[in-house]
Design a protein around this ligand. Structure first.
Ligand SMILES: [Zn+2]
Length: 213
């Protein structure tokens, strides 16, 4: 999904536009044979979490009922910044519970967002604890894709700032842990790392391949 739509928006016209953007993406993905559409969960903009949940659930149900295809909608965890939805596994679970077509919903785990929200993944033990929590609250079978980003912010900083692989607070050791995990290794991994004078996508991809060996 593009970044601007806000499925949790309490504003009627912004919400409608966001739902229409989601409908267009699901439809496009179906025509292209793309299996997943990842969406951010947006911001309740001060209206409160309960309003945000209602808005997101309604948006997803409407879009999934209008677009009938095999595309699965993946909800992405956030860094739990102010007013953002989906910062905890429990938050994401509450949204999943409201979805009518359960076979068409899943999750995308963003390593930077999870770390910033307080889920540690730097050692095998910490990653194991995080995945066990995810399994208990949401179910590991819902995890279909991983966004692989290092974090400029510290653990639990609630800062949504992506960093090059290994150069942030998750670090080389952390990514070696993540990339050697049997569950994560089997999933599609997508880099959303910056492009700047230090590195580009090719460099980050090379780094990922090196750390996964
Ligand atoms: Zn992401």
């Amino acid at each position: 999904m593009p970044y601007l739509p806000n499925l949790a928006s309490p504003n009627k016209s912004a919400h409608l536009k966001s739902v229409n953007a989601l409908i267009a993406e699901l439809d496009r993905a179906g025509k292209l044979g793309v299996r997943f559409v990842v969406t951010h969960l947006g911001s309740h903009m001060g209206a409160g979490k309960e309003v945000g949940y209602t808005q997101i659930i309604e948006a997803c149900n409407r879009a999934l009922s209008i677009v009938q295809n095999n595309v699965r909608l993946l909800l992405e965890n956030t860094a739990a910044t102010k007013n953002s939805m989906g910062g905890t596994f429990e938050d994401v679970r509450q949204i999943i519970d409201g979805i009518d077509q359960q076979s068409r919903i899943g999750i995308c785990y963003d390593t930077c967002h999870g770390f910033a929200a307080g889920y540690d993944s730097r050692t095998p033990e910490q990653l194991d604890t995080t995945l066990k929590q995810l399994d208990a609250v949401i179910g590991l079978n819902r995890l279909k894709l991983v966004h692989l980003n290092d974090s400029k912010g510290k653990l639990g900083s609630h800062l949504d700032r992506h960093e090059h692989i290994g150069l942030g607070h998750i670090g080389n050791k952390g990514f070696r842990t993540i990339l050697h995990n049997e569950t994560i290794r089997e999933l599609p991994l997508i880099l959303e790392t910056p492009i700047d004078e230090r590195r580009n996508d090719e460099h980050n991809l090379r780094k990922v391949r090196q750390l996964s060996r």
